[in-house]
Design a protein around this ligand. Structure first.
Ligand code: SF4
Ligand code: SF4
Ligand code: SF4
Length: 271
């Protein structure tokens, strides 16, 4: 069945492990509506019908790279990313690297799915798209802070914090946020009725070197919160390291593991 290019592109950003299933669902939906060409509308209709926070993609055999997002980009109320230009910029950067030619030199035999360089973006720390197992994981965050506005002691922030990161002090009106366990989901600043808790900074947490396979490992977090521009710079650095130090098509996590403390990335824990 044919797909409009925009719909196909959207599908390509879905986590690989559910793409096939979503493709089938969307095509069934298009057929049900009497259409032979799949459009964004069919994707949207399916999302409303079947998903509330997950995403889609195609069945291309062996891409040299992938950029995937969670379904939050369109409709999830938790989404903290307002500008998805970053996705286009990352795709452009990856395309310019000519990774297909790079892998042809490094990998013996045909390129396998696990060889590709994967970037996975999640709209919030719930991380539905599994950025923890990507070569570069990007998580939208909103870091809170207290303002000068007096606290009413309503307790909404404490109730809404999924990580029990807020205390209100002995007087019940002096909010304090502990990091960790705060993951910068922004729920507290969004629900505080007095403006006592407000957003300090919006940006991205970055994880590097995550993977599954024979020796699975979660991506290690880089220190700090990054703007979109800084995220692009880090992505460029990751690709530089990957392409300079890759020996036989191994995953980025293995390259970082081999480099150890020599890696220029500011990892909170070293591999
Ligand atoms: S990661 Fe966050 S924004 Fe994305 S779908 Fe999940 S809950 Fe929604
Ligand atoms: S940003 Fe999220 S995790 Fe951090 S204190 Fe607020 S509600 Fe809790
Ligand atoms: S900081 Fe805001 S949400 Fe938390 S108790 Fe005070 S007024 Fe309520």
């Amino acid at each position: 069945m044919e797909w409009q290019s925009e719909a196909e592109k959207k599908l390509n950003r879905a986590p690989f492990f559910i793409r096939k299933k979503i493709r089938a669902l969307v095509e069934n939906e298009a057929l049900r509506q009497g259409d032979s060409l799949v459009s964004l509308k069919h994707l949207q209709d399916c999302r409303e019908k079947f998903f509330t926070g997950v995403q889609t993609g195609p069945t291309e055999p062996t891409p040299a790279y992938s950029v995937e997002t969670c379904m939050g980009s369109d409709s999830c109320p938790n989404n903290l990313i307002k500008d998805y230009q970053l996705v286009e910029q990352l795709e452009r950067m990856l395309a310019e690297r000519n990774l297909a030619a790079f892998f042809r030199k490094k990998v013996k035999g045909p390129l396998k799915f696990h060889h590709r360089f994967s970037i996975v973006i999640a709209g919030c720390p719930n991380a539905c798209s599994r950025p923890q197992i990507a070569d570069l994981g990007i998580i939208g965050v909103s870091q809170p802070r207290t303002s000068e506005e007096p606290c009413s002691g309503c307790g909404a922030c404490v109730e809404n914090c999924p990580d029990q990161a807020i205390t209100l002090g002995e007087d019940g009106r002096t909010p304090e946020i502990s990091t960790p366990p705060c993951l910068a989901c922004g729920q507290c600043s969004q629900t505080c009725p007095t403006g006592t808790l407000i957003e300090r900074e919006r940006g991205f947490r970055l994880l590097v070197g995550g993977k599954l396979g024979r020796h699975p490992q979660l991506g290690r977090e880089l220190a700090g919160i990054y703007s979109a521009t800084e995220t692009l710079t880090v992505a460029g650095t990751c690709l530089d390291i990957f392409q300079q130090h890759n020996q036989h098509g191994e995953r980025f996590g293995e390259v970082l593991h081999r480099l150890g403390p020599q890696s220029p990335l500011p990892m909170q824990e070293k591999f």
